[in-house]
Design a protein around this ligand. Structure first.
Ligand SMILES: Cc1cc2nc3c(=O)[nH]c(=O)nc-3n(C[C@H](O)[C@H](O)[C@H](O)COP(=O)(O)OP(=O)(O)OC[C@H]3O[C@@H](n4cnc5c(N)ncnc54)[C@H](O)[C@@H]3O)c2cc1C
Length: 469
């Protein structure tokens, strides 16, 4: 029996489902196609119908479920809230979707050791709220925080603007409780802020997209909230000027807690679709935030202002009031709605290049846009060199779709030529797996597949993701 959809294994389907029902109880199992339908997609808009959906309730129950899946060789896809963008949550082979949405308890808040232990279905925002009551925050800050889960954040190593100063889940997780593809339990990492005993399985599981183990509990490292924060906006005539400023800002001691970038095409779009006022000559824009003790914040702002100076700078705005801050962010926030108005679909990539290579990336993207006649708009986390490259397309125009595919292929080649990486925070999933061998050498790929076999000998945990079939 191979790992295939239950639909094609009717005899085993009956036996598997009745065994599964004994583990989950009827309130934690869906088998009707209509009920299972909405668990078959994620934010990539790809869809595959699972044969059943089980709701995880605790570690032991997950272990029992995975042991059954192992015995019957049933594919199983862990699901947070399905906000991921690369199709990693879609059950391509059917089988079981294991939803974490009911495992949403905060298990332990430990201010004395600056940590919080949570179940995987807790949302990012719940963590921030609980930590905030004690004067802490968890640094990973995806825009989807209100909906996405800690399990999803860990499995994708998801982050946001704060990563430039505070890092991603890999730098902010102490340890995990998890279940391998055989149903066995493992505890990874430490509950201390230092430790070097054995291999670092915590960092291995983080970013593994549910292909190595199901995370049932996570102990997260918290950071004290800064006393104060200050927002600035710098506008440049050219992309080169803005990027020189990014390198200078990142090379001085005051690390910003956000350093976001918008290119000329994005500025033009904001101009057409929002009331935000931007100078005529604006060719690139930086949003910069610094945080720290009240006593040092003015000095930090001065350092940033100095580092941001160059001959291409045309405007530097310092937010003095809450309203000023909201006005400055309005430009950045106008982008997503504007993108939706301009084109029916966007292919949103999240490539990363070393910060000094951002101008070459943006100039190269401009050329690719012309060559393939595709509109490309770029913005993102400049301090990390993590740029969201948006190809704006009409899915009903088949010729344009073909041109977009060819263009995307060259975008990835360009990124790799610049010593970059294909994904900073969205992962590989289904949509980028054909490109992974361009970045990772064949020996490393073989090692990764061997690691997968050790964790998941029957290839039941989120099969067909990350690596090409
Ligand atoms: C409006 C919007 C804004 C976004 N903004 C950002 C952003 O700023 N930064 C960013 O990085 N991403 C962003 N995203 C993408 C997405 O929100 C993140 O990738 C998020 O971490 C996914 O969480 P989720 O709970 O929805 O996970 P899902 O999409 O359900 O799952 C994601 C992956 O995690 C695996 N998984 C889930 N739970 C577990 C578990 N317990 N154990 C093992 N594997 C598991 C799944 O199998 C899958 O591979 C955005 C998405 C949207 C829709």
């Amino acid at each position: 029996v191979s790992s295939r959809s239950l639909n094609t294994l009717n005899a085993d389907l009956e036996t598997f489902l009745s065994a599964l029902l004994k583990v989950t109880g009827k309130d934690n199992l869906l088998t009707d196609s209509a009920d299972c339908w909405s668990y078959g997609y994620d934010n990539s808009r790809l869809h595959h119908l699972p044969d059943a959906v089980a709701f995880a309730t605790d570690h032991e129950q997950i272990s029992a479920i995975i042991k059954l899946c192992y015995e019957y060789k049933i594919p199983v896809v862990a699901r947070g809230r399905g906000t991921g963008t690369t199709g990693a949550t879609t059950p391509v082979r059917g089988g079981l979707v294991l939803s974490m949405e009911r495992m949403n308890r905060i298990l332990d808040m430990d201010p004395d050791n600056r940590s919080i232990t949570v179940e995987p279905g807790v949302t990012n925002q719940q963590v921030q709220d609980a930590a905030g009551e004690h004067g802490f925050f968890w640094p990973p800050d995806p825009t989807s925080a209100a909906f996405c889960t800690v399990g999803g954040n860990l499995a994708y190593n998801s982050a946001g603007p704060r990563a430039v100063k505070y890092g991603t889940p890999r730098e902010n997780t102490l340890g995990l409780h998890a279940i391998t593809g055989t149903g066995e339990s493992i505890r990874t990492g430490v509950r201390t802020t230092k430790g070097v005993v054995g291999y670092d399985l915590t960092r291995l599981l983080i970013g593994s997209e549910g292909t190595l183990a199901i995370i049932s509990e996570a102990t997260l490292k918290l950071t004290p909230k800064a006393q104060s924060k200050h927002t600035m906006q710098a506008i440049y005539t050219s992309i080169d000027g803005a990027c020189r400023a990014v390198s200078s800002i990142m090379a001085q001691p005051t690390i910003p807690c956000a350093l976001e970038f918008i290119d000329a095409a994005a500025i033009e779009m904001v101009r057409s679709y929002s009331p935000a006022k931007l100078p005529e000559q604006a060719g690139a824009l930086l949003m910069i935030e610094v945080d720290g003790p009240v006593a040092g914040i003015k000095h930090a702002v001065d350092e940033i202002r100095q580092a941001a100076q160059n001959e291409d700078l045309i405007e530097f705005i310092n937010a003095e009031t809450e309203k000023d801050v909201a006005d400055l962010w309005a430009t950045r926030k106008a982008l997503s709605p504007a993108l939706r108005t301009v084109a029916p679909k966007k292919i949103n990539e999240d490539v990363v290049v070393p910060v000094s290579r951002i101008p070459e990336l943006i100039n190269g993207l401009e050329k690719l846009a012309q060559t393939h006649d595709i509109k490309i708009v770029n913005f993102g986390h400049a301090g990390n060199g993590n740029i969201h490259v948006n190809l704006l397309i009409d899915p009903d125009d088949s010729q344009q779709m073909q041109r977009a595919d060819a263009c995307l292929d060259e975008v990835f080649s360009l990124v790799l030529t610049l010593n970059g990486t294909l994904s900073g925070e969205h992962g590989i999933g289904l949509v980028k797996r054909e490109f992974i061998a361009r970045e990772i050498d064949s020996v490393s790929l073989q090692l990764m597949k061997a690691i997968k076999r050790q964790f998941d000998p029957h290839d039941i945990l989120n099969p067909d993701k990350i690596f090409p079939a």
